[in-house]
Design a protein around this ligand. Sequence first.
Ligand code: ZN
Length: 381
Amino acid sequence: MSWQKITGQERVKNILQRAIIENKVAHSYCFWGIDGCGKDALAIEFAKAHNCLSPIVRENTISACDECENCKSIDSLQNPNVQLLFSLPTPKNSSSKDENILYKMSEEQLEEIKQQIALKAKNHYHKISISGANQIKIASVREIKKNLSMSSITAGRRFIIISNADELTSEASNAFLKTLEEPNDDITIILTTSRIESILPTILSRSQQIHCSPIPDELIQTHIIENFNKSIEEAKIISVFAQGSYQKAIEYLDEDMQAFRETAINAFRYCLVNNYRIKLLKTLDPIFKLKNKKKLEQFITLLMLWLRDAVILNTTRNKNLIINIDQVEALELFVNYFGKKDLPACIEKLELAISRIPKNVMTELILMDLFLDLRNILLKK
Ligand SMILES: [Zn+2]
């Protein structure tokens, strides 16, 4: 993965490349920004560009060659100079006297950890997630410190990347702070976090803070179309859901958003006909069965995007502003028929339905209430 494979973040890429070229790499960085905007990917690429054996240097840029042994081992997260620290579960085999926390893990736990590292190696945007792991404990920090105290096996600068550093326990944070207080010229520590407010101020004040911004919708769309063969229609919808997170966009790729949206629009259509109940219930049946809050929110949001397009079309008549570009005809028909009704009130009802999801209201109730409300607003004389 080279700089180009990281979507957006041009400002950050420039800062990091300049630091290498001008030999001003800091002892500690904190990359912060929303989940999935590429913080870990940037950290790994930075370490790679720095440790590449034959980097490509041009004026103000320096990129890894992606061919040498260092590049390959850093990309696959197997280079001893680049260590990734992340939350681990409580070991199941804690009777082991061994100091290394990994040796205390059960076979199953180790397998899960290995799988997660493999996924991260394949896709640096991958968010490592291990069952029962939500803390970076002091044992992990001690392990890293022990490794750092030994001289490095290979030449080059050592990088410690603490992924989701907000998960450091306060004990671990304090142990780690000591490392920052005694900086080593050959070591760079990079904390990545989407919750910078949860990082110890004393750690932050010793780190160069670099904000990684959410990725613009257009960039996500281009990337999805070019790399995953998606249509512009689908890319547009996915980018809205991704909300600036490349990782989220990737997660949505596997889902058939268009089919899902079709169901939402059909249900909406059926709630406006005579004898609507049976048709509506039949259309919503697969959604009732999902039993998945995230999916339910997605379902309602898809309808909300469609209705927002209707409102935009109704007020501006500008087709270029809508998201569901393959739906122009249906949207125009709808607006011609219902344009004088209170469409913003419909959107409020959709928002209300979404706000009920976390409150454990039954899916059936949320959706039936919603569609009845929409029916009442639109059919009111
Ligand atoms: Zn290289």
